[in-house]
Design a protein around this ligand. Structure first.
Ligand code: M6R
Length: 600
């Protein structure tokens, strides 16, 4: 969950590394640092907190050299502080690390016994010590790295440089991504292609336990046995200008407003997949969807779509639970892994487990060429464009649209729905972008509503049927952005416990579009109202009865049951955004979080 940039080439490493780190700050923002060659030694500059603090320290720094590494940190071992910031340096070795070294305690003990002087609380510094010790024996960076590889357990990607070799950079990984960018005169090592895409579009993705050895312009890859492997570069055509805020104050707001276009794109692409696509699933009798966070709520919606439209039994599991419970997966099952980043450690492991049990693995990612994307039998894409805000918005709505289209196509193919129903839903999906646009045009009402939210101590988000995953997602947005307690519940469960929480300090946010559940959800609201709860309701068009019992009523366009959830989540995203912004929170980078969770 940290961001890594390594550079070897003729340009000024400081600017290149800082530009790259800016693109990676979404991966962690507890501290940042660089080590850049300067007259034969690696000058290190580090700062606690956001990258801007490091930038300030670097303003007047000049470096005479062409090799350097940089890092932006999401703290695992050791508090966020300058002392724990990367790069770590030991005897001329500078090293940056993303991930966790699981056997760090044992390594630490050994090093202490050998008299090592530890200057941080991190597991990463220990690796620098191991390399430095080996280098004393071998006098060779590559051999030193090779000999410590087997000592490390956990999930890691690491770049290491040595002041005795000013034209050499070595990197290796087992878990989090590491990608080598190849320019004609220069080489980059980055956690995400975005960090180098301004300079090259040719990238080589490192596989687990591979080592890359860069000397001058020569780039060589090795497997964990030390055998050289030939790897072809992938051409990545992701344009850099999508990282621009385009005049919005935050990436998150920009991404919310991009949804009409993004959803239209996701729908079009999924309908356009060639007709023989469905036949790949001919043997499938059961679907299991695994994901984390917002992608897990998208997965929950998938269950409604697949079971209702395609009549395929569907289980949904939080990836971190699935991977440790010896799940019952058989040959001919379909495992779907949903992940915006395609790098979430738990989702990746759950997907691998499904695959190892003989399941067909379908991934739904936003980031092409991500680890999950590369490891799947069948790939589908959210097609929502780069998502920078840590809180996921457009990737969620695009995933829902994609799952809806996929279930529809499978339903028709398997004769579970007929052409007229398919057509009706196709039309409903095609109407979505303009309906989302219409909701966005009422943003001032959501801003106003969010202002009233400041008086509440907690939030209960409720919904039935397809509105239940939306309630969960609405609550997650409130938690991660506004740092307020919020729970998402199926409305039918309210009387089984959460009702005890309800009083005048609690807002009950009920999502009840006009569908088969409307009347029942309305009764649940009456029960909350009778106990003094404050009612915020979202429903279709004009609902006088509902308006009467609501402290605030928010209206949604009339839509199909299957597209209602995609519409209902937009006001919830906007209200959480506005509330967090007015509370002075960092909306794009909420505290303690990172965009891509590459550790368990
Ligand atoms: O990249 P992924 O979709 O696998 O990420 C999963 C979660 O970490 C992510 O959705 C997280 O919950 C977001 N912060 C939610 O806004």
């Amino acid at each position: 969950m940290c961001g890594i940039v390594g550079y070897l080439g003729p340009q000024n490493p400081k600017d290149i590394i800082l530009q790259g780190l800016k693109k990676l700050e979404y991966r962690g923002y507890d501290s940042a640092g660089v080590a850049i060659l300067d007259h034969g030694i690696f000058k290190r500059v580090r700062a606690e907190g956001k990258l801007v603090n490091l930038e300030k320290k670097l303003v007047d720094e000049k470096f005479e050299g062409h090799l350097g590494i940089g890092h932006t940190r999401w703290a695992t071992h050791g508090v966020p502080s300058e002392r724990n910031a990367h790069p770590h340096q030991v005897d001329g070795i500078s090293l940056v690390h993303n991930g966790i070294i699981e056997n760090y305690l044992e390594i630490r003990e050994d090093l202490l016994k050998m008299g090592a002087l530890l200057t941080s609380e991190t597991d990463s510094e220990l690796v620098a010590h191991l390399v430095a010790l080996e280098i004393k024996k071998t006098k060779d960076l590559f051999l030193a790295v090779k000999s410590i590889l087997l000592r490390l357990r956990g999930a890691f990607s690491i770049v290491v440089i040595w002041d005795q070799k000013p034209k050499e950079m070595i990197a290796f990984k087992d878990g989090p991504p590491l990608i080598v960018g190849l320019g004609p005169e220069e080489t980059f090592i980055v956690s995400d292609v975005q960090a180098a895409i301004a300079h090259t579009s040719e990238f080589v993705y490192l596989e687990d336990r591979e080592v890359v050895w860069i000397q001058n312009k020569e780039v060589r890859f090795f497997d964990d046995q030390g055998n050289e492997v030939k790897k072809a570069p992938v051409h990545v055509a992701w344009s850099e200008d999508q990282m621009d805020k385009m005049g919005f104050p935050h990436y998150m707001l920009k991404e919310i407003y991009e949804q009409p276009r993004a959803i239209a794109h996701a729908i079009k692409e999924t309908f356009q997949i060639p007709a023989d696509f469905e036949s790949q699933f001919d043997q499938v009798q059961k679907i299991t969807i695994v994901a984390c966070g917002t992608s897990y709520y998208a997965a929950l919606m998938g269950k409604y779509y697949f079971e209702k439209l395609a009549r395929i039994p569907c289980e949904v599991d939080v990836a971190s639970e699935f991977r440790y419970r010896n799940p019952l997966i058989k040959k001919n099952d379909l495992v779907i892994a949903i992940s915006q980043s395609g790098e979430t450690a738990d989702t990746l492991s759950a997907a691998r487990l499904g695959k190892s049990k003989g399941a067909l693995l379908l991934s739904i990612c936003n980031v092409k060429n991500s680890s999950l994307d590369r490891e799947s039998h069948i790939q589908m894409y959210m097609n929502s464009g780069i998502e920078v805000g840590v809180a996921s918005t457009k990737a969620f709505t695009c995933s829902l649209a994609l799952l809806n289209v996929l279930a529809l196509r499978l339903g028709l193919y398997r004769n579970q729905i007929q052409k007229p129903e398919f057509k009706e839903q196709e039309e409903a999906l095609k109407a979505l972008p303009s309906q989302v646009e219409a909701i966005l045009s009422y943003d001032k009402y959501f801003l106003e509503a969010s202002d009233a939210f400041k008086e509440f101590k907690g939030f209960l988000y409720m919904g039935r049927g397809v509105s239940y995953p939306i309630a969960m997602e609405g609550a997650l947005k409130m938690k991660e952005l506004a740092y307020l307690h919020a729970e998402g519940y199926p409305a039918g469960e309210m009387k089984h416990g959460p009702l005890a929480l309800v009083d005048a300090n609690i807002a009950v946010v009920m999502i009840l579009p006009l569908d088969e559940h409307f009347e029942k959800s309305l009764s649940n609201l009456e029960e909350a109202k009778a106990r003094g709860g404050k009612i915020i309701s979202l429903s279709t068009g004009h609902q006088p009865k509902l308006k009467k019992i609501s402290d605030r009523y928010l209206s949604l366009p009339k839509a199909h049951w299957s597209t209602n959830p995609i519409l209902s989540v937009i006001p919830l995203q906007l209200m959480a955004y506005h509330l967090a912004d007015s509370l002075g929170h960092d909306v794009d980078q909420p505290r303690n979080l990172a965009k891509s969770v590459t550790v368990e």
